[in-house]
Design a protein around this ligand. Structure first.
Ligand code: NAD
Length: 473
């Protein structure tokens, strides 16, 4: 079995004699690959490479940075199938979903960032001053396993287009796609040290990377809990930090919502990627008179979310690991103890060895329950009735999270009015999904900052004011 090594200063580091992290398939437990388990010394070498490369990369003309990212896009396109199969094998996403929502979206992320970079204004005059846009420095990126390639590309693309150099610590649960990224970066011809990849776990690689004195910006996507640890570590040396964390997003069906379409859209959001989507709609808020109809329609439609081998056409793959399944099952069991009722699902399906869990709907859920408040990160939807639109908005906003949400109504104006009352970074009207290039991020404890497009680039830019130099703009 090939062990993937770190990619530092344009070279792959030797892997023999090193501790490794094995990557198991969540579908059947088979070994699908392995990466080197990094150490703080590896982090030091990678940051040193990024610091050294920064001087040259920061002054490389924007057109050249754009050209190299476009070559990377071509490489990703040429390896679409390899990437999709790797993702499917290592984290369990159904192959079609991996091809589209994972790899396809990652490519579109880069294209949108290239378009936004083309609009950058390197210099502008403000009164008597010249305002210069500059790269923020060395970026440390830490990413999760659920949309691993998409998360990497949002960070890598924005950082290098902004003129920053980059050290990535991908998720140790799904690192094999990142090893392919390192190869494609190398083949694209980026100068040595501009992009570095250090594999490993949070304690040995993530923590030293976030605290490293050579790092200027930390960009993290992952859980709220680890996000708080990362923010604390980075604050010691006053690094800029952006955080994309979890969510408990609500779908509000207004009384005139088209029921069948709305239910299909909510289930699609909640069950896709086996519920392991940060912006998943996991709380369905429905007018009390539609509660039973919603439950019936959801029960009918859930039958089409049959679990199976993600590489063989199943719509619902396994959760990403047995540990994740245990976590999800624990949430559902505690919800039932708290008084929730299982309308469907609520168990691992029969006949599977892997980390499978049935699509699940819970009713009789109240706002004081853990299942209403905490992110499950599995295919678990809760159904909660409301009596007035004001109550629906209050229920939706009754969360420490504020990542996303949805409103369904036959009247778009009414839906928009409710959407504008939600304290979330995005809201979908009538099932609309996020457009690539529009800002993505959270209010409240869902995070700090925005990714994608022009907003994503800004996270990696500094603005310098040169007084008395406006006429030199
Ligand atoms: P996680 O927080 O466990 O891990 C994320 C990354 O942090 C991993 O690479 C991990 O190795 C690293 N890490 C762990 N401890 C660390 C430490 N002390 N210092 C630095 N790094 C450390 O999250 P996960 O389980 O990989 O992903 C699932 C979570 O990610 C969910 O909560 C989900 O909502 C969230 N997520 C959010 C978004 C978003 O954009 N808002 C997108 C995807 C996932």
């Amino acid at each position: 079995m090939e062990v993937q090594g770190h990619y530092i200063a344009g070279r792959w580091e030797a892997t023999s004699g090193r501790d490794v992290i094995e990557v198991d398939s969540p579908t059947d437990g088979a070994l699908v690959g392995a990466v080197v388990a990094g150490t703080p010394a590896d982090v030091d070498r990678a940051v040193a490479a990024a610091v050294e490369a920064f001087e040259g990369w920061a002054v490389t003309p924007l057109e050249e940075r754009i050209r190299l990212v476009r070559v990377l896009v071509t490489g990703l396109e040429a390896h679409r199938e390899e990437l999709a199969r790797t993702l499917s094998a290592e984290m369990g996403a159904p192959l079609d979903f991996a091809r589209g929502a994972q790899v396809g979206v990652a490519i579109k992320d880069l294209e949108a960032l290239v378009a936004a970079a083309g609009e950058l204004r390197p210099r502008r005059a403000v009164s008597g001053s010249l305002v210069v846009t500059e790269p923020a420095g060395v970026v440390a990126a830490i990413t999760p396993w659920n949309f691993p390639l998409h998360q990497i590309m949002l960070k890598l693309g924005a950082a290098v287009l902004a003129g920053c150099t980059f050290v990535l610590k991908p998720s140790e649960v799904a690192p094999l796609n990142a090893a392919i990224v390192a190869r494609l970066v190398h083949e694209a011809g980026f100068p040595a040290g501009v992009v570095n990849v250090v594999h490993g776990n949070g304690a040995q690689v993530g923590a030293p990377l976030t605290a490293h004195p050579g790092v200027d910006v930390v960009t993290f996507t992952g859980s709220r809990e680890v996000g708080a640890v990362v923010a604390r570590a980075a604050s010691e040396s006053i690094k800029r930090v952006s955080l994309e964390l979890g969510g408990k997003s609500a779908a509000i069906l207004l009384p005139d919502a088209p029921l069948e379409e709305s239910v299909a859209a909510v289930l699609g959001s909640c069950f896709a990627n086996t519920g392991q989507t940060c912006a998943a709609l996991t709380r369905a808020l429905v007018p009390r008179q539609l509660h039973d109809e919603f439950e019936l329609a959801a029960t009918r439609l859930a039958a089409s979310w049959t679990p199976g081998d993600p590489l063989a056409g199943a719509r619902l793959g396994p959760l990403t690991s047995m540990a994740q399944r245990q976590k999800v099952a624990g949430f559902v069991d505690r919800a039932v103890n708290d008084g929730a009722e299982v309308a469907f699902g609520g168990r691992a399906p029969d006949g599977f060895d892997g980390a499978f869990y049935e699509p699940t709907l819970l009713t009789h859920v109240t706002p004081d329950m853990e299942i209403f408040r905490e992110e499950v990160f599995g295919p678990v939807l809760v159904l909660v009735p409301y009596d007035s639109v004001d109550e629906a908005v209050a229920l939706a906003n009754d969360s420490r999270y504020g990542l996303s949400g949805a409103v369904f109504s036959a009247h778009e104006d009414a839906a928009l009015e409710v959407a504008l009352r939600l304290r979330t970074g995005s809201v979908g009207l009538n099932g609309a999904g996020l457009d690539v290039g529009a800002p993505f991020g959270g209010y409240k404890e869902s995070g700090v900052g925005r990714e994608a497009g022009a907003w994503g680039l800004e996270e990696f830019l500094e603005f310098k004011t040169v007084m008395g130099a406006a006429h030199l703009a």
